[in-house]
Ligand binder design. Structure first.
Ligand SMILES: O=C(O)CCC(=O)C(=O)O
Ligand SMILES: [Fe+2]
Length: 363
């Protein structure tokens, strides 16, 4: 058998952890060591149900990748930003506003943040299968690893979370798994995100907000925890609080589609990215994010056969007959995000109407 050679990649030095005192959100830590067995899932289901019902966020440890495998992916994630010449990057710009999809680069300054300030975040998005997309030359040697990382996210993490969320609603375990295929073309994608330090003027004009408060449009987002403390969530008491970095963990949140499937039972929690604490300023912030969506043609209506929902009641944002499909909803959201044509409400909340649903961005 030929030896498997792993192409070398430059190391991305992680930013040192902050030493500042920070008011962290009490995001529950969920240990996935036993998630592979029915007994393990039965024990985890109530923990996951409570976390996603109360916070809409949880932190998963023992997800099956080692620290070294995690670091290797972070190194690979830096390749599209550091190893691809600008002229070549220009050939792979995502047509997000035109097509409502994420594929390739989101350049810096693509979004309006606030008061005329544009973002300083660059993304590179890979759809599934990774081989079905054209990629810049420098990334090509790493595609088998990128694809393997997506498979790990999908089957070992996402599908297990979906099983636990179905159990939490007393639904058959595969209810949500069956709506999240990997091998068919769909909306789910992997994002490499690089946040660059900003000018003081930009910080003042945006009140230190780097990415506006929002809910994610899909079902489940997997944010691989990284050391720069800048992600905040709106906690149940209405305060913004930071999410703590737990080494080699995954921060998980539910998006709008999961909130709709669960009739409001699981919360699509508002979150945002802000300027890091003083000792972490001046560094870049590099993240791995896997955004899961239900299959494109699935309608975003509540699971009325859940005994739990029958007991606690269902909240709908639109009538079932008017509910959008996953494709309709996500592409509208993607094309409209960061667009200045929003209605400014008095309290610093911007509103847009997407497929008949009100979508809010919080400053
Ligand atoms: O970078 C992060 O920590 C979160 C980013 C985020 O919320 C998003 O890309 O939707
Ligand atoms: Fe998000």
């Amino acid at each position: 058998m030929p030896a498997v050679t792993i192409p070398p990649v430059a190391h991305y030095d992680p930013t040192p952890g902050t030493k500042e005192e920070i008011d962290y959100a009490a995001v529950p830590i969920i240990d996935f060591a036993k998630v592979g067995t029915p007994e393990g899932r039965a024990a985890l289901a109530p923990q996951v149900r409570d976390a996603m019902r109360t916070y809409g966020f949880m932190c998963i440890v023992n997800h099956g990748l080692t620290q070294a495998q995690n670091e290797r992916m972070v190194d690979i994630a830096n390749v599209p930003f550091t190893e691809v010449p600008e002229e070549e990057q220009a050939q792979f710009i995502s047509k997000t506003k035109e097509l409502g999809e994420w594929k390739g680069y989101k350049p810096r300054q693509y979004w309006h943040v606030d008061n005329g300030v544009r973002d300083q975040i660059q993304h590179y998005a890979t759809v599934r299968p990774a081989f079905g997309q054209q990629h810049p030359r420098a990334l090509q040697p790493f595609l088998p690893e990128v694809h393997g990382f997506m498979e790990h996210n999908h089957f070992n993490v996402l599908h297990q979370i979906l099983r636990l969320l179905a159990l939490g609603l007393e639904l058959p375990e595969e209810t949500f798994v069956e709506r999240h295929h990997f091998d068919v073309e769909g909306l789910t994608f992997l994002r490499f995100a690089k946040y660059y330090p900003r000018t003081d003027d930009d910080e003042v004009k945006t009140k230190n907000v780097w990415m506006k408060g929002h809910t994610d449009s899909g079902t489940i987002s997997l944010l691989w925890s990284q050391p720069v403390v800048a992600l905040q969530i709106m906690t149940p008491d209405g305060k913004w609080r930071h999410v703590k970095h737990v080494p080699n963990s995954i921060i998980v949140n539910a998006g709008d589609a999961m909130e709709m499937f669960s009739g409001g039972f699981y919360k699509a929690t508002i979150h945002r990215v802000v300027q890091p604490p003083i000792d972490q300023r001046g560094f870049t912030r590099l993240g791995l994010l896997y955004f899961a969506y239900a299959d494109a043609d699935v309608k975003l209506v509540p699971c009325t056969d859940s005994p739990v929902l029958q007991r606690v009641g269902i909240t709908r944002k639109v009538e079932d007959k008017d509910a959008p499909t996953m494709q309709m909803y996500s592409s509208m959201r993607a094309s409209m995000y960061g667009n200045s044509e929003v209605e400014r409400k008095a309290d610093g909340v911007d509103e847009q109407i997407v497929s008949g649903l009100v979508v809010r961005h919080y400053n």
